[in-house]
Design a binder for this molecule. Structure first.
Ligand code: DAH
Length: 345
């Protein structure tokens, strides 16, 4: 009985030594047979029960040596077979075949418009302040002079985060004003471009996500005349030297006085109801003198400093710049639409 068992092990060991797996597939078969979880060596260890005591040691060593032979063979063949397989794959490559065409991407029209705006303001000394899209209630509303029961909050309903009612998707880029003013002393001259969110029904003119650029200038002696001149400069750089602007009195909680600015786009656009409601004037931003309460909320001495601020919408300007009729196109990711702007800078 035990002689037979010995023979069985010896045979298996001889098989292992004779085996010549010559491909990765054959090697895998070898591994499964001798080293896998149901390998043929495993039951041989159990057989030791039936071996006479004085032969147990010898038997155990024999089975172990079979196992080790399998492991050694596997390890010694593995690297070589893998390298060979790789080389074979390389040889299969047809170097004369034409390459796969690489589609050239294009910048998104909103990005192009944003970049133009940034460059215009950088030329007169504004620096870009980038900040978070998930804001807290204080920066988005309270610091901007819009406390919890303020009616102006109704106009900027947004998406709150489930984790915390304190956190929300910012409704405008204005909280960046508070972010900058609480960490930086005047003079402050920043623009803050970025994405904003509102809980609004999506239509050709409005979307639940869009982009704004915020501007903030705080220093000693900053006046409304500085604001108006800065905005006129911007409009001419953006829409051409003949661009006209008009400021209409308006209301924002964080500025006093406040205004909205329209740009006159020329007589031909008076017919364009979509963009200018038939007037030729396109409303692009809100602005005003920073309310002293906002300065104080952010730790800036409102007796010493004054400032102006503005916040402009990007999509509407992009609609105008590229003669696009519907804001939804910006967010549909249709390549046929997007690739049309490949040559714009
Ligand atoms: N945050 C305002 C909005 O989204 C726009 C705005 C108005 C920004 C006046 C300003 C400002 O900085 O001074 O409707």
């Amino acid at each position: 009985m035990s002689a037979e068992t010995f023979d069985k092990v010896k045979q298996i060991k001889a098989d292992i030594e004779a085996a010549q797996p010559d491909s990765l597939e054959a090697l895998e078969q070898f591994r499964i047979k001798y080293l896998g979880s149901k390998n043929v060596i495993k039951p041989l260890f159990g057989e030791i029960r039936n071996i006479a005591n004085e032969q147990k040691k010898e038997y155990g060593q024999l089975v172990n040596s079979a196992k080790e032979a399998a492991e050694a063979k596997y390890e010694s063949l593995k690297a070589g077979l893998e390298a060979a397989a790789e080389q074979a794959a390389v040889q299969d490559i047809d170097l004369t075949a034409p390459g796969e065409p690489l589609e050239l991407g294009a910048r998104h029209p909103v990005t192009i418009t944003l970049n133009r705006i940034i460059r215009i303001f950088e030329r007169i000394g504004f620096v870009v302040a980038d900040d978070r899209e998930i804001e807290d209630d204080w920066h988005n509303f309270t610091a901007m002079n819009t406390p919890e029961d303020h009616p102006a909050r109704d106009m900027q309903d947004t998406f709150y985060l489930r984790e915390s009612t304190e956190l929300l998707l910012r409704t405008h880029t204005s909280p960046v004003q508070a972010r900058v003013m609480t960490r930086q002393k005047p003079p402050i001259r920043v623009i803050a471009p970025g994405r904003v969110y509102r809980n609004e029904t999506i239509s050709a003119r409005s979307h639940c996500q869009f982009h704004q650029v915020e501007g903030l200038y705080v220093d000693e002696g900053v006046s409304f005349a500085d604001l108006k001149q800065t905005l006129l400069y911007f409009a001419r750089e953006m829409f051409g030297p003949d661009a006209k602007i008009r400021l209409r009195p308006s209301y924002f909680p964080f500025t006093e006085p406040s205004a909205e600015m329209d740009v006159y786009l020329g007589a031909e656009t008076e017919k364009d109801y979509r963009l200018t409601k038939g007037t030729g004037w396109l409303e692009i931003l809100g602005c005003g003198m920073v309310d002293p309460a906002v300065l104080e909320n952010c730790g800036i001495d409102s007796e010493k400093y004054t400032g102006f601020a503005f916040g402009m919408g990007i999509e509407r300007q992009a609609l105008r710049l590229f003669d696009i009729g519907d804001i939804r196109l910006f967010f549909e990711n249709d390549v046929r639409f997007l690739k049309q702007f490949a040559s714009a800078l």
